[in-house]
Design a protein around this ligand. Structure first.
Ligand code: ADP
Ligand code: MG
Length: 242
């Protein structure tokens, strides 16, 4: 019998593909409607939009925390409607995630919070001892290994969360309002770190409400409104709703 040629469903340099994606939480109106989004390897993308517009839902679909209601979604070559449950941990290994509320282990110090991510993927103690200090230096926390989260400022806590997200060298970094709890100075510092991480090859997707930063950074901006992508622009600005 002749071998069937394996059909490629996305172009080679595309790392995230959503085609006509709808997501409804219940029988009511869908939260995301007919979303089409194509992101290439190495891009930096801002996702903006009012509260309730579906930004976090989109992030959760990319993480396969939620499944789509209809359409097609592919992340890093994984068709997320068909991925088997036992393959999900392997898929997630290549994703780093950061949230607004840091989500650190409160009873563990900085070093342990970051090392934890490496233990989950069974890195050896030797590798952990090499990788954790090196990523803590990248985020500017070289002197804070022993501090517990409550001894740190918000900006420092977010740097720990960022180090934890990055220590396993993810292909894609997803950040859902990473500066939502930070003052302007710390917000800028976190965004500059995200930019630096992107320049080193990681695909970075950032949900944010920070109009000033979005306008200044001149990246691709995808705007959602009531579950619909209303604009998608290279070197875009914040879409004004007023
Ligand atoms: P955003 O992150 O842009 O603020 P979300 O994606 O969190 O928006 O929410 C979009 C819409 O989906 C909101 O109307 C919200 O109430 C609804 N929604 C979010 N999560 C759930 C859920 N678990 N169950 C039902 N509705 C939800
Ligand atoms: Mg949200």
């Amino acid at each position: 019998m002749a071998m069937k040629k394996k059909k490629s469903t996305v172009p080679g340099d595309e790392i995230i593909t959503l085609t006509n994606v709808c997501k409804a939480y219940s029988a009511g109106a869908p939260t995301l409607k007919n979303v089409n989004l194509h992101i290439k390897k190495g891009e930096f993308v801002f996702i903006v939009g009012d509260s309730g517009s579906g930004k976090s839902t989109l992030i959760k679909l990319l993480l396969r925390e939620l499944t789509i209601t209809s359409g097609y979604i592919n992340v890093m070559g994984y068709d997320l409607s068909r991925i088997r449950h036992r393959k999900i941990p392997k898929f997630r290994r290549n994703l780093g995630v950061v949230f607004q509320d840091f989500r650190l282990l409160k009873d563990r110090n900085v070093y342990e919070n970051v090392a934890f991510a490496q233990r989950i993927i069974q890195k050896s103690t030797k590798e952990i001892k090499r990788n954790v200090p090196s990523i803590l230096a990248v985020v500017g926390l070289a002197g804070k290994y022993k501090a517990k989260p409550k001894q740190l400022s918000g900006g420092e806590q977010q740097r720990v969360a960022l180090a934890r997200a990055l220590v396993n060298k993810p292909t894609i970094l997803l950040a859902d309002e990473p500066t939502g709890n930070l003052d302007p100075k710390n917000s800028w510092e976190i965004m500059k770190l995200l930019e630096q991480i992107n320049e080193n090859g990681t695909t970075v997707i950032v949900v944010t409400h920070n109009r000033e930063i979005v306008n200044a950074m001149q990246k691709r901006v995808v705007a959602l409104k009531k579950g619909v992508i209303i604009s998608d622009e290279e070197k875009g600005g914040y879409i004004d709703e007023d």
